[in-house]
Ligand binder design. Structure first.
Ligand code: MF3
Ligand code: CO
Ligand code: CO
Length: 251
């Protein structure tokens, strides 16, 4: 999981290096596909439950699972790039939201605080804690910054399966009583919104957008539960992440 997580982190960083005004999301998809294959990995999204591409690219009001196409990134956009790779029998799943060019102040707050909300969720992980502690920390951070928390999509167990049994809500859910155990591997991937967190699905059956059309941001890591906290598996062997490398608008 550590090795595959490091590869996912590396692929995400390289994909982020492509982001600039005028790049089509399709070009990012092609790049992620080829880089995964060149590293003896399979891009997990490709063919997953009929998903047609190798990466998800979710722009502006798209909450998640945006399908890459000929749309080019424009000045002022925000885009989430969600990479999952499969190698050595396991998946690594990680995503960041990048700001393209000059973004408005609300988008800057949304992106910055969604990254911080993921870190708050990670900070709540420890063996013996109920999984609801994670959502409690994320929701509390979101509320402090007047951001909505999407409920339709949640973190998940990950390992030999892309989406394994464990469910990780990003809001406080009193019914999420599963107790975290050492060596459990799962994702935390909060989606926060500037307006209402209510979601709508496009008729492609993948693209999830906000009902009110306002923007949404998402950050994701694959983690291992340890006795005293979480280990972030989706970082390079040098400890690099796209999360830390791309905190500012790309100009
Ligand atoms: N990577 C997404 C997640 O974080 C799942 C994408 S499923 C796909 O769980 F089919 F759209 F790729
Ligand atoms: Co995930
Ligand atoms: Co993902």
């Amino acid at each position: 999981m550590r090795r595959t997580g490091a590869l996912a982190a590396e692929v995400l960083i390289r994909a982020c290096e492509m982001v600039r005004v005028g790049v089509a999301t399709d070009a990012i998809d092609q790049f992620v596909h080829d880089l995964a294959v060149a590293n003896d990995a399979y891009p997990s999204p490709l063919g997953y439950r009929g998903y047609p591409k190798s990466v998800c690219t979710s722009v502006n009001e798209v909450i998640c699972h945006g399908i890459p196409d000929s749309r080019v990134l424009c000045d002022g956009d925000i885009v989430n790039i969600d990479v999952t790779v499969y190698r050595e029998g396991v998946h690594g799943d990680t995503s960041v939201t990048l700001m393209v060019g000059e973004v408005d102040e609300h988008s800057l707050r949304l992106v910055t605080q969604t990254r911080a909300a993921l870190m708050a969720g990670i900070g709540a992980v420890r063996a013996g804690a109920p999984v609801s502690d994670i959502g409690r920390a994320i929701q509390s951070h979101a509320e402090k910054h007047r951001l909505g928390v999407v409920r339709e999509f949640i973190g998940h167990g990950v390992g030999t399966e892309f989406h394994a049994g464990l469910q990780v809500p990003h809001n406080y859910d009193r019914n999420a009583t599963t107790v975290l155990v050492e060596a459990m591997t799962f994702t935390i991937e909060p989606m926060l919104t500037l307006g209402s967190p209510r979601a709508l699905m496009w008729d492609d059956d993948w693209t999830a957008v906000t009902l009110d059309g306002r923007r949404s941001a998402q950050f994701e890591h694959t983690l291992a539960c340890c006795s005293d906290g979480a280990e972030i598996l989706t970082q390079t062997s040098a400890g690099e992440t796209a999360h830390a490398l791309f905190p500012n608008p790309i100009t």
